[in-house]
Design a protein around this ligand. Structure first.
Ligand SMILES: Nc1ncnc2c1ncn2[C@@H]1O[C@H](COP(=O)(O)OP(=O)(O)OP(=O)(O)O)[C@@H](O)[C@H]1O
Length: 250
């Protein structure tokens, strides 16, 4: 479980998160949703210790952020930030192999090579393995970044808007892959999504944020309704039920 307790955060005197407390259950997909500027990316980067906590506390299982070694945490939790660093000359295979670094620190072994091959295969990148990143489409590059995260093979995976740049087919394929990773490999995925309908359809739990606070937390069928859309996004959109799933008529 990821436990966030009384976390507030300010940037240049502006309060970005206020008293955020949430328990993110182990296993399955938890989607963070909310309007631009709600604090979703900030919360994700505090959990991944990309930014330093100012107050409050965060635990990933029994590891407290700030009190455990980066290398130890990197074997349990990985993150794909919204603006992942670009290294255009690297090949896809080299990028994905970086995901293994916390394990081998420069000396990859057979298990590392096998994990890289597996990630390339799962994300349908085997044929592009030797291509430099600069010769890929935006969507292919995004898939390569996600494959690198999966090669890291951590229990917890944090993804900040991974559907950016992906077309409908690639988005569906990625969401199915994430579900498969959770159901068959016991992963816990926390994902920032802009499309509430993708969250409603694929997430097990949704955490809705607004103005630096958590306003709702529950399963899609518990919380996705016209009131949520109005309260969180400030717009009146009808919500219909299709095959037992909630769909917002955007
Ligand atoms: N480096 C920064 N300097 C100043 N303000 C920042 C900085 N980073 C974030 N903020 C502010 O913090 C608030 C929360 O930003 P954050 O990126 O966490 O929101 P978000 O919910 O992820 O938004 P989005 O959906 O647009 O990505 C915003 O008001 C943003 O302008």
């Amino acid at each position: 479980m990821i436990r966030v307790q009384d976390v507030s955060y300010e940037i240049d005197g502006t309060q970005v998160l206020t008293d955020v407390s949430v328990d993110i259950a182990k296993g399955g997909i938890t989607a963070l949703i909310g309007p631009n500027g709600a604090g979703k990316s900030t919360l994700l980067s505090l959990i991944a210790r990309l930014q330093q906590l100012q107050n409050g506390a965060i635990w990933v299982d029994d590891m407290q952020i700030g009190n455990c070694a980066d290398r130890v945490l990197a074997q349990h939790l990985s993150i794909l930030p919204q603006m992942a660093a670009q290294t255009p000359r690297l090949t896809v295979q080299e990028l994905v192999a970086f995901g293994r670094y916390p394990y081998h620190r420069g000396r990859p072994g057979a298990e590392d090579d096998a994990q890289v091959a597996r990630a390339l295969q799962v994300f349908e990148l085997s044929e592009l393995a030797q291509r430099p990143l600069e010769a890929l489409s935006g969507g292919q590059r995004q898939r390569a970044q996600i494959a690198m995260i999966f090669a890291q093979d951590t229990d917890y995976v944090l993804l900040d808007e991974p559907l950016n740049n992906l077309d409908i087919a690639a988005s569906r394929s990625l969401m199915w892959t994430l579900q498969h990773m959770c159901r068959d490999h016991g992963k816990t995925i926390v994902i920032v999504l802009h499309d509430i309908n993708v969250a409603s359809r694929y997430a097990d739990m949704i955490v809705a944020m607004k103005g630096g606070q958590i306003v709702r937390h529950g399963s899609p069928t518990q919380i996705v309704d016209a009131g949520l859309v109005r309260d969180v996004f400030g717009t009146d959109a009808p919500v219909v039920e299709v095959n037992g799933e909630r769909l917002v008529m955007i």
